[in-house]
Ligand binder design. Structure first.
Ligand code: MN3
Length: 210
């Protein structure tokens, strides 16, 4: 993804994640929130052509190389663009068949080795998402020493800013669930597991580890 940034189309219709994530939330989240981050990112970088040829990933890894007057805007809105582009991709309709075979998945094997079991991993990830105070994201990342790790980050920060590689992220900003779940973030998190696109998550993992 490079300047000028554009809104990537959703890989499924707005109502495809029903009943777990409702159509109106998806539509507003995609066309208003995500588009908003993109607009702000483009206008921040407009006057700085030296950053137009860089991949967004490179910019987020090296925020300290940006002029100070646009650093925070790019952190928030570049992070916002990157995070949401990833988020749409790692979801799919719950009815879609999973091609991920536990016997063949290196990711699942490493999840078990790292967290004890797949259930333990889910529990840790869910708790991390639930307990994150205020706006932010829960992340599964690959650290520079190739270890899986779960943590949360505030606002639109992204693991790339920490030197880690993002594998999977869950948006726990209220705009991601409030229309349907109001204050019940726990129910949103529980529902979200039904729409995780594990093939895409595994693809992210394979790319990160190679
Ligand atoms: Mn969001």
């Amino acid at each position: 993804m490079k300047y000028p940034y554009t809104l990537p189309p959703l890989p499924y219709p707005y109502d495809a994640l029903e009943p777990y994530i409702d159509r109106m939330t998806m539509e507003i989240h995609h066309t208003k929130h995500h588009q908003g981050y993109i607009n702000n990112l483009n206008s921040a970088l407009e006057k700085y052509p030296e950053f137009h040829n860089l991949e967004l990933e490179e910019i987020l890894k090296n925020l300290n190389q940006l002029p100070e007057e646009i650093r925070t805007v790019v952190r928030n809105n570049g992070g916002g663009h990157y995070n949401h582009a990833l988020f749409w991709e790692i979801m799919k309709p719950a009815s879609a068949e999973s091609a991920l075979s536990p016997d063949q998945s290196v990711l699942l094997e490493n999840i078990r080795n790292t967290f004890g079991s797949f259930e333990e991993f889910k529990k840790l990830f869910s708790e991390t998402a639930l307990k994150h105070f205020g706006s932010g994201w829960a992340w599964l990342v690959l650290t520079p020493d190739k270890k899986l790790k779960v943590y949360s980050l505030p606002n639109q920060d992204n693991p790339l800013m920490n030197g880690d590689l993002p594998i999977m992220g869950l948006d726990v900003w209220e705009h991601a669930y409030y229309l349907k779940y109001q204050n019940r973030r726990n129910e949103y998190i529980e529902a979200w597991w039904n729409v995780v696109n594990w093939e895409k998550v595994e693809e992210n993992y394979n790319k990160a580890i190679s």
